[in-house]
Ligand binder design. Structure first.
Ligand code: ZN
Length: 672
């Protein structure tokens, strides 16, 4: 999801903005960070390293998972790792005039867990919009979801709203429990059939909506099975509007019926283009897959002439899509969309040694000029991320313009008609970054929003920097975090998305702070190690459910060092970093002089100290003080740097590239 960093600047006093967030940002690109090498330390290390520094907590359920072999201390899945598999077959029909979507679905649930399950929990997200629903944000109110029929393996289950009853279902807000007559044994499967309907909310709803019954972005629309995992069993935190999703993987066959003349973009690959597209339109789509040019598949003239789709005797057409190994399904439909298409050539994802041919599609209203190059943007973002973090495993990527600022679904993003083309790129790129986290790597977004938003914000900055030649773009994230760093308003990264404070504290905890810290981590273990860890994480947890501990462990394994001192103060607490130079003394005589630099760690967060010394003869010296000097609670540390003969010390600066999120950079500089 897109979360505007501008909003936070409006609501929180930018206490540090003038002095540190933007004031000392270098105007040129920093060189790639190099790992900090220990051993070039001054005095005091011996006693300090006796302490290990802050330790991140480990949950009992995580320790149990390691003991049971589903997880490991190396951050990769254990030999006995499992996740549930849930396949969906859905038929739905949209009536644009009433905005009512009616559907029926068959869910095939496979219990891969070692536990017998006496119930299946489903999510009815549309009940967020029901009158009186519990929620964390203002939404348009519809009637919520009507469930008309529930069957389990062919047997009709009645509703029992008053209490849990075997052979019946119970709806409570956005959750629905189906109590089985007999427990589903490990290795067994069942089929759940559900019929339902609801009114699609208008624009202004989170993550979905329609614009005046003419353009629909539809999501969180079908009853969906909740996650049952090895750490917590059923995940039953309700959908309240802010926290996002935690979803099982499976295959989807979806048939969407809309009026003729309406285009549909969706998760998955279109299976019946011959039944819904004219020969001319279908041939343009085919041509788009053979060229790096953008093909205007459906133009404004085609819309005016009624040529966007074939005609239908009944006035409606059914679009059939199939998607494999996805955790959700969404779609966009309108009779106002023009359609641009092209292709992306991305690295081999299926192991056959061949590059992948990925369809690229952009759907937008022709009046929205900022979307003219959207297909180019999508191609760039998909290709950029596929080449760096993990190959893109799906056949296409669609961007659909509409009422939603920015939201991600597998192979589909909703992005609004931002007036500036660059903004369209940035938000498309952010949502496409989500194809890696959480679409490929299926973390728990609601409990740990940083695992999808933070990682996505970190990787998107590289793609934006590449496309717009703007290597300093990531400093927007650093600046947004520094506005609240260490202030009372800040809330910890490791907090459920629904439990943050007002204003921008969710944004900083989920997006900008973790992204800023992953950049800072480059200054500790090296950019290559951070990127290697992300690649390994993506590969190890593709279509799985990593926990925060898995991510931390995997990064530590990649870096071959303990980083609890980094995770704990920054992730679990709201410690801020404030490194300072409190004094410099020159000792010795002309041939044998040393600068004794006294450093202070004024914040509660720890980091190595990266020192740059400038001499009168133009010489630049650098020295790194390892983080271990701060272990055991030391607040001050003195380091000695040998000075060459004949040159005077002109300046000393901590972290001159401003890679670390230091809340006060004014005390980072010493001059005689
Ligand atoms: Zn996002």
């Amino acid at each position: 999801m897109y979360w505007s960093s501008r909003s936070i600047a409006w609501v929180l006093v930018p206490a540090f903005l003038g002095s540190c967030a933007t004031g000392t940002a270098p105007s040129s690109a920093p060189a790639p960070a190099s790992p900090i090498v220990s051993g070039d330390v001054g005095v005091g290390l011996g006693a300090a390293t006796a302490s290990r520094g802050p330790t991140a907590p480990s949950r009992a359920s995580f320790e149990t998972a390691i003991a049971e072999g589903t997880r490991t201390s190396a951050g990769v899945p254990g030999p006995d790792y499992w996740s549930q598999e849930v396949d969906y077959s859905i038929e739905a029909e949209l009536n644009p005039e009433t905005a009512v979507l009616e559907g029926r679905e068959t869910i095939t649930y496979r219990n891969r867990s070692p536990d017998p399950l006496d119930r299946v929990i489903l999510r009815l997200y549309q009940n967020l919009f029901a009158p009186g629903a519990e929620r964390t944000r203002t939404v348009p109110v519809t009637g919520g979801m009507t469930v008309d029929r529930v069957e389990v393996d062919g047997r009709v289950f009645p509703s029992r709203p008053d209490r849990p009853t075997r052979g019946a279902y119970l709806i409570d807000g956005t959750l629905m429990a189906v109590y089985l007559e007999e427990a589903l044994r490990p290795g067994g499967s069942l089929q759940l059939e559900v019929e339902w309907s609801f009114e699609v909310p208008p624009a202004g709803a989170p993550r979905q909506g329609h614009i005046e019954n003419g353009l629909f972005n539809i999501a969180q629309w079908y009853p969906q099975v909740a996650v049952y995992d090895d750490l917590e069993g059923w995940h039953i935190w309700p959908y309240l509007g802010n926290g996002e999703f935690y979803l099982e993987y499976g295959d989807f066959d979806v048939a969407i019926t809309v009026p003729e003349g309406w285009l549909v973009g969706a998760t998955g690959a279109l299976q019946n283009s011959g039944e819904v597209l004219t020969q001319e339109i279908a041939s343009r789509v085919e041509r788009a897959m053979t060229t790096d040019q953008v093909v205007r598949v459906v133009t404004e003239e085609d819309l005016d002439a009624g040529r966007a789709t074939v005609a239908s005797a009944g006035g409606t057409l059914t679009w059939r899509f199939r998607a494999e190994n996805v955790r959700d399904f969404a779609f966009a439909t309108s009779d106002q969309y023009v359609w641009d298409a092209s292709r992306a050539i991305t690295p081999d994802a299926d192991g056959d040694g061949e590059d992948e041919l990925v369809g690229v599609h952009a759907l937008y209203r022709p009046s929205v000029d900022s979307w003219t190059d959207a297909a180019e943007y999508i191609r760039h973002a998909v290709t950029f991320h596929a080449e760096r973090w993990h190959p893109y495993p799906w056949p296409q990527m669609t961007g659909a313009e509409g009422p939603v600022d920015g939201m991600e679904y597998p192979m589909l993003t909703f992005v609004s008609a931002f007036p500036e083309p660059r903004m369209v790129y940035e938000v498309l790129n952010h949502e496409i970054g989500h194809m890696w986290y959480p679409m490929m790597v299926g973390s728990n977004e609601s409990s740990y929003p940083w695992m999808d938003e933070g990682l996505t914000t970190y990787i998107e900055a590289y793609a934006t920097a590449d496309y717009w030649d703007d290597p300093e773009y990531w400093r927007n994230d650093q600046g947004a975090y520094l506005i609240v760093a260490g202030l009372e308003a800040e809330t910890p990264i490791m907090r459920h998305a629904d439990l943050h404070g007002p204003y921008g504290t969710y944004g900083q905890a989920a997006y900008w702070k973790p992204a800023t810290l992953l950049r800072a981590l480059e200054g500790v273990i090296g950019r290559e190690a951070v990127w290697a860890a992300l690649r390994d994480y993506s590969e190890s947890w593709q279509y799985g459910h990593p926990a925060p501990e898995d991510f931390f462990n995997l990064v530590e394994a990649t870096a071959a060092q303990d980083l609890d001192w980094f995770w704990y103060p920054f992730w679990y607490e709201t410690a801020a970093l404030d490194q300072a130079i409190t004094g410099v003394r020159i000792t010795g005589s002309s041939g044998d002089r040393e600068a004794e630099i006294t450093l202070a760690n004024l914040g509660d967060a720890l980091m190595p100290v990266s020192l740059a010394l400038q001499l009168s003869d133009g010489t630049a010296l650098s020295q790194t003080v390892p983080v271990q000097v701060w272990f055991g609670g030391a607040g001050r540390h003195t380091v000695g740097v040998d000075l060459p003969p004949g040159a005077e010390l002109e300046a000393v600066e901590i972290d001159p590239e401003a890679l670390f999120p230091d809340v006060n950079r004014e005390n980072n500089v010493w001059q005689p």
